[in-house]
Design a protein around this ligand. Structure first.
Ligand code: HGY
Ligand code: MN
Ligand code: MN
Length: 415
């Protein structure tokens, strides 16, 4: 199937304006951007998104986990499986303005541009904003798309307790996004997600488009180490059962192990909490998270096993007890080669160089790939920075990525 460029371009100034406008929703008193899933600020962002979807003439549907869909129904009949584009608009803490939001807003631009050009799709076209992609408040991440793809029951997910003790189902009701559609109600013909790379590769190589062919596996665990609180001054080192010291040894273990390996494995301890958290008290408890990732499932499993082994030895050595809770576990995903080729072809039709690559970050595409042919389009992240207010992609790159998405979606919706 030869992809012809539609020689159309999305409305660049409208896209930029909306990215900046959405990027202002959810700023705290220190101007930090925080729109955690199902929070008050997430609601304001969702409401704004729905107005933009309506402005594009899309029919709005919300499913039971709060995934929002804007639908442009094509002709009736067998071709009803929609071509789906999408991403997420929830953010991490002190986030940048492009992660997720760019893909959703560019998706609306693509559909609006196709409509305004008189294009008549032979398939339904839809844009999705998936709930809780980041997983910061409620684990696991990519939750809305995982449920949509049948990987987690919506009933179980609605009972998830957040890091702030809230219940996801109650919060979705409170913000008015506990929808009625059954997750999976639209079975996509294909899914394409446009996203910033969030890494350094494209910028370093001076290449504007990434054709994402696979995505690495993710393992999230929460580790709790129980020691004994004691006086920081009077307790001899040999008598301590120091949960803080044990936690520090785990963090060092992870770093030294990855540094010694020449694999692409990455390990991160992003959250840590000591109790009673007092300067002169030996910590009785340390609670922290471990995020392990690798494109190779065997290696990821080995890393998990090595950590489990180390925790057993550490418990004896430091005379502490250690418990582990699984928060998320996703195997690596290979995307659909035909769609990857469409992305490469669309880029070259527009005179844009592209590069096949692996996604280091998790994405909704990782889940939707379970139910239909899926791939992603990346644009460069300056300095490889993301999950940080310094996240930035030049406007020209944003438009190039959106126009490649336009051609890929126009092609998929015509066949
Ligand atoms: O964790 C991730 O990779 C994604 O940002 N949720
Ligand atoms: Mn994202
Ligand atoms: Mn993210």
């Amino acid at each position: 199937m030869v992809l012809e460029s539609l020689n159309l371009s999305i409305n660049a100034s409208r896209l930029h304006k909306r990215i900046y406008e959405l990027g202002q929703i959810g700023r705290d008193e220190k101007n930090k951007l925080v729109r955690l899933a199902a929070s008050e600020t997430d609601k304001v962002g969702r409401d704004k998104l729905v107005t933009w979807m309506k402005d594009a003439g899309l029919e709005i549907k919300v499913d039971r986990i709060g995934n929002i869909f804007g639908i442009w129904s094509g002709p009736e009949g067998e071709n009803q499986q929609p071509v789906l584009v999408g991403s997420h608009i929830d953010t991490v803490i002190n986030a940048g303005i492009y992660d997720g939001c760019y893909g959703v807003l560019a998706g609306i631009e693509v559909i609006k541009t196709l409509k305004e050009s008189g294009f008549t799709p032979s398939r339904t076209l839809a844009i999705a904003a998936f709930t809780n992609e980041e997983g910061v408040r409620y684990a696991p991440d990519m939750m809305g798309s995982l449920i949509y793809a049948g990987g987690l029951s919506v009933e179980d997910a609605l009972k998830t307790v957040g890091t702030d003790g809230t219940l996801l189902g109650e919060e979705l009701k409170r913000i008015g996004y506990a929808g009625t559609e059954e997750p999976g109600f639209l079975h996509p013909h294909a899914y394409v997600e446009l996203h910033i790379e969030q890494g350094p590769v494209l910028e370093r190589m001076g290449i504007p488009i990434g054709a994402v062919e696979n995505l690495q596996g993710i393992s999230w665990q929460r580790i709790t180490i129980e020691g004994v609180a004691n006086h920081a001054g009077t307790t001899p080192m040999s008598m301590r059962r120091d949960a803080g010291q044990a936690a520090a040894r785990v963090i060092t273990f992870l770093r030294e192990r990855v540094d010694k390996s020449n694999t692409p494995t990455v390990a991160t301890v992003g959250c840590i909490n000591f109790e009673p958290n007092a300067i002169n008290v030996i910590p009785s408890r340390a609670t922290f998270t471990v995020d392990l990732r690798d494109p190779n499932e065997q290696r990821l499993k080995q890393e998990e096993e090595a950590l489990a082994e180390y925790l057993k030895e550490l418990a004896i050595a430091e005379d502490v007890s250690i418990s582990v809770e699984r928060l998320a576990r996703f195997e690596p995903v290979i995307f659909d080669n035909k769609i990857v080729e469409l992305v490469e072809h669309a880029a070259s039709q527009r005179g844009l160089e592209s590069k096949r690559m692996t996604s280091g970050a998790g994405h909704d595409a990782q889940m939707i790939a379970r139910i239909c042919p899926t791939s992603m389009i990346f644009v460069p992240s300056i300095g490889g920075i993301s999950h940080n207010p310094g996240e930035y992609t030049p406007e020209a790159d944003l438009v190039a990525g959106a126009n490649v998405l336009l051609d890929v979606i126009g092609h998929l919706a015509s066949n």
